[in-house]
Design a protein around this ligand. Structure first.
Ligand code: DC
Length: 222
């Protein structure tokens, strides 16, 4: 069976960075499942599909021509660049992701990403729904204010404008929707390693998780 590590948690905890770093360190594949919902939100916008139209969104999800190449996300061959990384794209992703039919349509595609030598899967329901059999499940959290502050720094660092108060409101709104939706709500999987990164650096969290990877997959860590 393919070794799998799932990393779930709300946005702004550093999940994505950690998943990529861990996958790189281990030489494993990485699944950024949030990007999938972000691409779907963007594709829906381009086709003027209403983000509440579950049937149309599920149909689009079922034939979404998305590929991940070296950290880039392509839609039907087109590199989407940072277009899927904006706050607006995150909010659209959270809205399309709330529809059970959309989640069902993306399930097989996500499971097919589990390929040797291993997979690090990052998202909201990787450990609870998509890969419940994963031997190592991590739930990464941080306070909403700290997550907003990190996001603020990230946007300013990219030369983009940002407003801390607006970001905090967005983060809380997204959290509420992701945690309260009827299907695959954001919550820790049974047996998940709980990590609160509020007062930890990315390096601290990386080392902490790597320690656990060594314990669970003793033959895999270089
Ligand atoms: O991790 P992210 O910020 O890129 O995710 C964007 C949105 O996609 C998030 O608000 C909720 C949704 N999502 C989800 O419902 N399930 C996942 N496994 C990953 C993301």
């Amino acid at each position: 069976m393919t070794p799998i590590i799932t990393i779930d948690g709300p946005s702004g905890t550093g999940k994505g960075t950690l998943a990529v770093r861990l996958a790189h360190h281990l030489g494993w594949h990485c699944l950024d499942s949030g990007a999938l919902y972000r691409v779907l939100g963007l594709a829906a916008g381009r086709r003027a599909i209403d983000l509440e139209d579950a049937a149309a969104l599920a149909e689009l999800a079922a034939q979404l021509g998305v590929t991940f190449v070296d950290g880039r996300v392509l839609l039907n061959g087109e590199d989407l660049g940072d277009a899927i990384r904006t706050e607006t794209a995150g909010m659209a992703a959270s809205r399309v992701a709330a529809h059970p039919a959309v989640r069902a349509a993306l399930l097989d595609w996500q499971r097919r990403q589990a390929r040797g030598p291993g997979l690090v899967a990052d998202g909201r329901d990787m450990g609870t729904v998509v890969f419940p059999q994963a031997p190592l499940k991590v739930f990464l959290d941080a306070s909403a204010d700290e997550r907003a502050a990190r996001r603020y720094k990230q946007l300013i660092g990219k030369g983009l404008s940002a407003n801390l108060a607006d970001l905090a409101v967005d983060i809380r709104e997204r959290d509420t929707r992701d945690r309260n939706r009827p299907v695959a709500p954001l919550r820790p999987a049974a047996g998940a390693l709980m990590v609160d990164s509020t007062a930890l650096s990315i390096n601290d969290v990386f080392e902490l998780i790597l320690e656990e990877v060594r314990r669970v997959f003793p033959d895999q860590v270089p």
